[in-house]
Write a protein that binds this ligand. Structure first.
Ligand code: DNO
Length: 405
């Protein structure tokens, strides 16, 4: 695996030097200060390439490179195929070409309406005092019904689910309700903005007449329009799964299950359209086996997010993010799928770059609590995750009789 790390740019509390010292070679970054749909100026791209690759202080190459963009967000006009979508597709195509010309090899994006990843709690305290994030299905439903009051929302839920959400909501203090609101509507890392309930509702309304089939076809049209540029620029698109991988707030979901991935690859056969295999996002749906999905789609996996989730027994949809190696995702099997695919590409002579893997999310430990780290994007927690994953890789490679990578 290529050890990679998400870096949010010069204001990130974790420095590039620390990232390098943790063993990382591949930085995953984006021009976060630009708005969704903006043209990315060439000078800004080259400045970021240089910031990552050149150690100013020591005046020498840093040992890091920027080959992976996460994310180049897709404008809502493209997802809804309305408004100025043609303009935004042209901008996207241009950005792909510019990024490819400056050495970017792959782009991670998603096609989730309105929200990027969503959680109902970002600071769940564990027994050891560290915090992690998670989803409580009752909280999602309660927010939808009693806070947002989305029209017709009750039609999306079974009566027992509504009753359970009601009971949950009744037990919340006003302060806990406010916390839930800000957690769901907060711009999480990588997302575009903080939303307020009326704006969120208005944005959701744009999808009132867009069902999953329509959204799928909008995704395929978008990808087919940009594929020639991706191919010419040598850039691979890696779609990120829906997170969580089940419906929330009536939003259509089109990248949650294995059949969604299969349909995507049938509709857009270009090898430049691939997958970000995020074990945590796929793992949030109890019907998915992310390790098996890795094996199934290995040839089209160009980027990996390794993290684990633990399902709450008897509460489908409720989970918390757990230690990278232990939880509902069979991480040794997922790592084995990665190694097997890397070896296959090597033997076939098609491993031009390697498969970047980032330790996705990590617990927030005491020393990091005041560092300004984004939820999930802790320094120490992610470094522990990376170290554990590296250990797992070396152990498996040794057991498989392979070189240690
Ligand atoms: C969350 C991330 C996502 C991801 C986007 C990709 O931690 O995995 O925000 O970057 O969905 O577009």
């Amino acid at each position: 695996m290529l050890q990679s790390w998400r870096w949010f740019g010069p204001n990130d509390p974790v420095s590039l030097r620390e990232i390098r010292q943790a063993g990382v070679t591949d930085v995953v970054s984006s021009l976060h200060h630009l708005a969704c749909g903006d043209d990315w100026p060439e000078q800004e791209i080259s400045a970021r390439v240089r910031t990552i690759a050149w150690d100013e202080e020591r005046e020498q190459p840093s040992g890091l490179r920027w080959g992976m963009v996460e994310s180049l967000p897709v404008h809502e006009d493209i997802k809804t195929r309305s408004g100025n979508y043609q303009h935004y597709i042209d901008v996207y195509r241009n950005n792909v070409r510019k990024l490819g010309a400056q050495g970017v090899r792959a782009i991670c994006y998603n096609f989730m309406p309105v929200l990027d990843w969503a959680r109902t709690d970002l600071y769940i305290t564990q027994a050891d005092g560290s915090t992690i994030s998670g989803c409580n299905i009752d909280a999602f439903v309660a927010f939808d019904l009693f806070e947002l009051r989305r029209p017709d929302a009750e039609k999306d839920y079974a009566p027992w689910a509504i009753a359970s959400a009601q009971q949950f909501y009744d037990g919340l203090t006003e302060q806990a309700r406010a916390q839930l609101r800000s957690c769901i509507l907060l711009g999480l890392p990588g997302t575009v903005e903080n939303l307020d309930p009326p704006t969120f509702l208005r944005l959701l309304q744009r999808y009132r007449h867009i069902d999953a089939e329509q959204l799928r076809s909008n995704l395929y049209d978008f990808l087919n329009a940009i594929m020639p540029d991706c191919e010419a620029a040598g850039v691979r698109m890696c779609i990120h799964p829906d997170d969580p991988s089940y419906p929330v707030f009536g939003i259509p979901r089109i990248l949650s299950r294995a059949e969604d991935v299969q349909r995507l690859f049938q509709a857009v056969p270009s090898p430049n359209s691939g997958l970000t295999l995020c074990t945590g996002s796929f793992g949030s749906c109890i019907h998915n086996d992310p390790a098996q999905m890795f094996e199934q789609f290995a040839e089209r996996v160009y980027f990996v997010h390794f993290r684990n989730v633990t399902h709450v027994p008897g509460k489908e949809g409720s989970f918390y993010e757990s230690n990278h190696l232990f939880g509902s995702v069979d991480m040794p099997r997922a790592m084995k799928a990665l190694i097997t695919e890397e070896e296959r590409r090597k033997a076939a002579g098609v491993l031009e770059w390697g498969i970047p893997v980032r330790p996705d999310h990590g617990k927030l430990m005491d020393g990091d609590k005041d560092s300004g780290a984004y939820p999930g994007y802790s320094r120490t927690g992610r470094m522990i995750g990376l170290a554990e994953l590296r250990g797992l890789e070396v152990g498996l490679r040794h057991a498989m009789g392979l070189d240690l990578g």
